[in-house]
Design a protein around this ligand. Sequence first.
Ligand SMILES: Cc1cc2nc3c(=O)[nH]c(=O)nc-3n(C[C@H](O)[C@H](O)[C@H](O)COP(=O)(O)OP(=O)(O)OC[C@H]3O[C@@H](n4cnc5c(N)ncnc54)[C@H](O)[C@@H]3O)c2cc1C
Length: 465
Amino acid sequence: MIGGGLAGLSSAVALAEAGFRVRLLEKRPYLGGRATSYALPDGEQVDNCQHVTLGCCTNLDDFYRRVGAAEKIRWYDQLYFLDANGRRGVIEASPLPPPLHLAPSFALFPSLTWRDKRAIARAMIRIVRSGGRPADAEQSPGITMLDWLRRHGQTERAIERFWSVVLVSALDEELARTDAHYGVDVFWKAFLANRGGFRMGIPSVPLGELYDGCRAGVERRGGEVLLRAGVREIHVQGDRIGGIALENGTELTADFYITAVPHDVLPALLPPAIAEREPSFAGLRNLRAAPITGVHLWFDRPVMNEPYLTLLDRTTQWVFNKSRLYGTGVEKDGGQYLQLVISASYDLVPRSRQEIIALCHREMTEVFPAVREAVLRKATVVKETAATFSPEPGCDRWRPAQRSPLKNLFLAGDWTATGWPATMEGAVRSGYLAAEAILAAAGNPQKLLRPDLPVQGLVRFCVRT
Ligand SMILES: Cc1cc2nc3c(=O)[nH]c(=O)nc-3n(C[C@H](O)[C@H](O)[C@H](O)COP(=O)(O)OP(=O)(O)OC[C@H]3O[C@@H](n4cnc5c(N)ncnc54)[C@H](O)[C@@H]3O)c2cc1C
């Protein structure tokens, strides 16, 4: 197993449980890949970026259970919004059956007019009736989400203050660059099909602590997890992998190989002739990357009460009150630690860290009055310029299956063909699918992939077949 992010870890643990002796090789000194945490030079533990999961992420939930991390995820049933006029909205489930469960809180949502809401409701009905797959969002090549919304009569305010707010965070891409199929699927799975789909799961510990059980899961079955064990080269003999070379020169062999590295790393590990000749490897260069910027702010006093908040009409999209998510809301020294997230942050990429901190600090002053009096003790910016692959129209044709053209090589990673966007759920799905492919190749087929949440309530009677 090459790569110790969620794709590699989920595959490794599932295969170890199925009786395989797994050797996992991770280049960095810690596990978790993009969804991890590390210590800053002053010793402060920070997440690479705040990560959240949703109720509809059934495979990630299964993985957390397998490795004993499920109780480190706290579930929240409300989404809080604040617009530039200071109006607050809450989205939460009512006792009504899906797809109406969120309708009462949506009806009260103060940042949209009735005209906006009627347009949104019409588009939602269309999604429900099609079972999450409206024909005009499933075209090949796909249309953008923005085009789909305009075709379905959405007002500019509905696009800006509703669709964009949800989808830019969920898919890390602007609506004008997002395949409508991915955009529609988010609303179907998270907000319409099942009442639990939208619940938000947030780790109550730094991300790196979620993977404590993975090493034990692999080692219990005689396997091993090696850190600082970067792979330099994959040797190909005919139509098979003959072995691999580590960066320190060690040569290793195995019966089966899984790569779970980012999509732009894999071709460089393969012999150039194969990376260029095989369409499933050569096509990877067409997957474009999208950025996410995380801004970490430490104040000398509490400035925010909510555990998290979504901001409308601002550069900052989400504010997470890390002190509250990890504890009581106040640090031991009396201060408070906030983490801000900006997805699809193309505009911030060329800007300096000082400029980004100043911009976010100004926005926090406008949002939380207590910031005016507070001292910003420390701040840091983490720019991930290649955070996720962009779910552009047509990107699916560049996402290869887990079974590769080389007989004993299997591919995992959020960018492989999972049907999901680049998320932790997508990564775990890819890991389970790669493990299923190995089990089948070894003559012991097993189902690892967990099903989606069931379609509930009135939705069962609304879907036109
Ligand atoms: C800033 C940011 C915020 C995000 N927020 C969310 C969120 O809120 N919710 C969500 O669901 N998803 C989120 N994501 C996406 C999520 O993090 C990824 O989809 C997921 O973690 C990808 O897992 P992976 O295993 O496919 O890849 P990775 O996590 O990239 O793992 C690949 C691993 O391979 C290792 N590696 C690379 N080269 C080698 C080599 N030569 N030899 C050995 N090892 C190697 C790397 O060190 C790494 O550990 C976010 C991503 C980012 C960057």
